[in-house]
Structure formats: C-alpha cells, structure tokens
Write a protein that binds this ligand. Sequence first.
Ligand SMILES: C[S@@+](CC[C@H](N)C(=O)[O-])C[C@H]1O[C@@H](n2cnc3c(N)ncnc32)[C@H](O)[C@@H]1O
Length: 320
Amino acid sequence: MGLAQRFRDFALREARDNSPLYHQRALDISTDQDVLALIAQLPTDKQQPNLVLAAARVNGAIAVPYSEFRDQLRENWSAISATALRRRTQTNEAGRAATLLPALALLPGPLSLIEVGASAGLCLYPDRFSYRYGSAALDPSDGRSPVVLTCKTTGAVPIPDRLPRIVHRAGVDLNPLDPGDSDDRQWLSALVWPGQGERLSRLNAACEIAAADPPTIVTGDLNEKITELVHAAPRDSTVVVFHSAVLSYLSPEARADFRATVRGLPCHWISQEGTGVLSSLADRLPRRESVAARLVLALDDEPLAFAGPHGQSLDWFGPA
Ligand SMILES: C[S@@+](CC[C@H](N)C(=O)[O-])C[C@H]1O[C@@H](n2cnc3c(N)ncnc32)[C@H](O)[C@@H]1O
C-alpha cells in the first residue's frame, strides 16, 4: 500500500471515530506531497501513521491548524525521525484488564500472571484496579483504586464477586517500557490519541501503580522466552499466560508457533486479539454486526467474548 493511502486508511478506518484531530491530520498528510516525501525517508515499518504522529507530538509538532503543524513537522524533522526510528507503537491500555478479569476469574487462585507483549506491564495489575460493570462494582480489598475501569456488558458475563489473588507478575516484550521512567511515560502518553483525556488519566494512574511495584519484564521475542517464563512461575499457583493486541505484530507462522508452544506448557492461556488474528478462533465466533474493531477474548483456545479495543465493552457469548 502506498504511503498516502496508508495515512488515508488510518484516518478513515482507525481515527475517524476516535480522534477528530488525528482523523483530519492524517487526511491532510495523505494529500501533502512535501510531508509524504519526508515520511517516505523512514524505513517502511517506521512509516506507520500512529508512530509518526506520536513522534511528531513528543518533538513539539502539535499546532492545530494544519498549515502550522506541517511547518513544525518540517522544522523538527530530524528529531521526529530519530524518535520514530528509536521507538515503536507500544500503546499500553490498562483498560483491557476489565475484559481480561472475567476470564481470569474462571481460574482457581492464587494466580501467576505472565504477559507476552507487555509493553510497560500495566495489564499485569488486575487486582489493583476498580471495576464498574453496569451496577456491579468491584474494588481491591483496601478500597477504591485510582484506576476505575468502566465496562459495558452484554450476555452472561461471569463477573466475580472479588478480585483474584496474584502472587507473581512477569512478562516479555521486544522493548519493555519502564512505567517509572519519565521518557517512557512521555512516549506512552504520546501514543494516546488527542482528545482521549480519560485514557490519559488512566494511563498515568496505572503507571503509578506499576512503578510502585514493578513486574519483571524480560527483553526478547515472546516465542523465545515463553517457556522459561512459565517454568519460573511458582508451582503452587495457577499459571496464566495472556496477551492483548500483540499477535498481529507476528507473522502467521510465528503466531502458530506460539499457539503450539503455549498449549504444550503447564499453564492456562488467555488471548485478547483482533477478530482475524488467531485463525484457530476465527470460524468459531458468533455472527455480530461490526466486530471488525473488536478483540476476541478466549481461554485455552475457546472463544468467550468480543471485547472493546480498550476494554470499554464485553459482549459475552461463552459459558456463564
Ligand atoms: C500494542 S502493544 C500492547 C501492549 C499491551 N499488551 C496492552 O494490551 O496494553 C504491543 C506490544 O507487543 C510487543 N511485541 C510485538 N511483537 C513482539 C514479540 N514478537 N515478542 C515480544 N513482544 C512483542 C510490542 O513491543 C508492544 O509493546
């Protein structure tokens, strides 16, 4: 796909309903030959609109009129391109814990959590967040958390009456981010799209929780590290490997390898990925309108629910 089309697609398919500013900005870029020529200097995998726009933001290209934004972009291009080369799209959304929690609660505790593609590990703290599923409220034992996750539900969601006990938190990422590091926090914030203030507050509060008790996140490829991570977890706990919005970064072969490996390990497996990402699930999903923008929640390769991409909704079709 050409670069102009890539920005146009991003505007129309991803940003339109989520960030009016990014929608318009990506559309403007898609017809701006000078700016496209600058972005085309980056390697193809670094030309992602989300990455370029975040790199522009952390380097001061933030003006709202497009004419001023493009001047800022051109003036600051050497710093913007350096950021795009150094960074990746590693959006870490603690809100996804709200859709993971009902699957976690189906398992006997205490739990050892291992997240592959963890970014800064914010989804490793489901026991430290508060949840609001319609009229059902769940809080940590010491009271309401600074991170309150609101999730709309349909179907017979097995909402637990208490949060799981978690005795071990670990993960792997190609580039783990440190929730206590100001530079990494600035990057994580830049990955939250303009106009999404609630997500930004949630990110900051979740980073505080994670920074106070950091998980062990090893650097590396998930297929290379998963076996040792599972074997390092305490044996007297239920080991759960999970991931959300990660496997789309892998080739179909690498996804298949991961599935085969994780199924052979002494652990449970919770996946939360786009509808077409795990082919083993694709033909076992109920028909729904507009599932394209949703994730599929599955436990041990059994699909359970459609989840909103940021944990804002859960449409349960699995067993109650
Ligand atoms: C979009 S982020 C999602 C982060 C987190 N799972 C969440 O839901 O908020 C995807 C993460 O997967 C990581 N990742 C991608 N491919 C990977 C691989 N082969 N091995 C380990 N981590 C990977 C990226 O570095 C990034 O941090």
